[in-house]
Design a protein around this ligand. Structure first.
Ligand SMILES: NC(=O)C1=CN([C@@H]2O[C@H](COP(=O)(O)OP(=O)(O)OC[C@H]3O[C@@H](n4cnc5c(N)ncnc54)[C@H](OP(=O)(O)O)[C@@H]3O)[C@@H](O)[C@H]2O)C=CC1
Ligand SMILES: N[C@@H](CC=O)C(=O)O
Length: 372
């Protein structure tokens, strides 16, 4: 048995819980039994087991967790972790589904207590180098067994096998020449719809702000869509990729193009930002029109260039370029390497609760297979 504890049952965490509940009801659970022993958000926490000093046990009636959580005991992340790390507990995976840096800063301490980590939270792997290094040096494979594992596949490309592919290339001695791609499901969705190839008259005349609203409602955006439009989400992914490729890169080393209109960068809330965005539809329409007149489309692209300057920016691509033909919220990542001078391409849905939860779930199973 492997224990699972979820920190942050929001959009993604909730979907993960659904997938875990479905797993428990399926024959797959016989092969790999998984028990959800704890759930915590910023207000409350649920922990299975008899007493605060006993090892955690599976939550009873997991299907009703969302009704139980709001009236459960007050959240205390330190106490939650203490319980999970109780002597005699089953191997435990803490799944951080927040987007919180303060939570990610706890990973090294959690790893030192033997807890495995799986996360879609980009902050731990893309913020200060010392945090990344502390996570890496306190987990396997840097430490020998029985040290815990830390996996973060869903931080880039949601459920797509992006980091595992890059890691395999590096581990087998391939040389990374360039990693280039559309790493944001939100920005992919926005520009695939707003700046589609084809005659201007055939294009849908949707306002830019309307498409941002749809991307938000489909669960593609960060809780505040400015974190997508300001390039920071893509910048974090570029940093994560670069670090997996062995480069000591940080966000400050990148050129990042912020496409949030300047006047909206400081507005107080995401709601206020969404309310004011329609005032800037003409600005985006002009950018798009200019690209169309040049026979190009707009695409927001990240580049890891080991020998040059890595960057995150809005680019124009000819309509027959592979990036121009993307659909929906697809990500596309092209790895140009010594073995793959014609790039190895990974492509598919790169945002949304279902695919992100799938990526997290696959990482949980990787831990479970290694500790079974
Ligand atoms: N959406 C997508 O397509 C993808 C998302 N991701 C990443 O997945 C993560 C989750 O995203 P999403 O589900 O949309 O985010 P949400 O904002 O929907 O959920 C965040 C959750 O974290 C909880 N939380 C926040 N701070 C704390 C804290 N200090 N202690 C405990 N719980 C806390 C919130 O609780 P409360 O409600 O009480 O505030 C909430 O349950 C993010 O890091 C995101 O970048 C990665 C890939 C794709
Ligand atoms: N907001 C992000 C979610 C996944 O990382 C995106 O749009 O790609």
């Amino acid at each position: 048995m492997v224990n699972i504890a979820i920190v942050g049952p929001g959009l993604v965490g909730k979907e993960l819980l659904q997938q875990l509940i479905a797993h428990q009801a399926s024959p797959r659970a016989q092969v790999q039994p998984l028990a959800v022993v704890g759930i915590i958000n910023s207000k409350n926490m649920l922990l299975g087991g008899k007493s605060p000093s006993s090892a955690p046990a599976p939550l009873g009636s997991l299907a009703t967790w969302s009704q139980q959580l709001p009236t459960a005991e007050t959240a205390n992340l330190d106490q939650f972790i203490d319980r999970l790390a109780t002597a005699g507990a089953e191997p435990t995976v803490v799944v951080d589904c927040t987007s919180n840096l303060a939570v990610a800063e706890q990973y090294p301490a959690w790893l030192k207590r033997g807890l495995h980590i799986v996360t879609p939270n980009k902050k731990g792997y893309s913020s200060q180098w010392s945090l990344f290094e502390a996570i890496r040096s306190n987990s396997r494979p840097q430490l020998p067994a029985p040290a815990p594992w830390a996996f973060h596949e869903a931080t880039v490309g949601a459920g797509l096998p992006v980091l595992s592919t890059l890691s395999d290339l590096v581990k087998t001695g391939d040389e990374i020449v360039k990693v280039e791609g559309i790493f944001s499901g939100t920005l992919s969705y926005l520009f695939n719809n707003y700046s589609a190839p084809g005659p201007a008259s055939a294009k849908p005349q949707q306002a830019f702000s309307d498409i941002v609203s749809v991307a938000k409602s489909l669960g593609y955006t960060e809780p505040d869509p400015r974190d997508d439009l300001n390039g920071m989400d893509v910048a974090r992914k570029v940093v994560i990729l670069a670090r997996v490729a062995g480069l000591k890169l940080s966000i400050e080393d990148l050129d990042v193009e912020n496409i949030v209109p300047e006047a909206l960068r400081g507005v107080a809330s995401a709601d206020e930002f969404m309310a004011q965005l329609p005032q800037y539809d003409d600005h985006f329409a002009a950018l798009n029109q200019q690209a169309a007149q040049e026979g190009t489309v707009l695409r927001y692209v990240g580049v890891v260039d080991p020998k040059g300057k890595s960057s995150v920016k809005l680019m124009k691509y000819p309509v027959d370029h592979p990036f121009a033909g993307l659909k929906g919220s697809d990500n596309i990542i092209a790895f140009t390497t010594k073995y793959f001078p014609s790039p190895l391409i990974v492509q598919g849905a790169g945002a949304g609760a279902a695919v992100t939860a799938f990526g997290i779930f696959a990482d949980i199973l990787k831990v479970a297979e290694r500790v079974a």
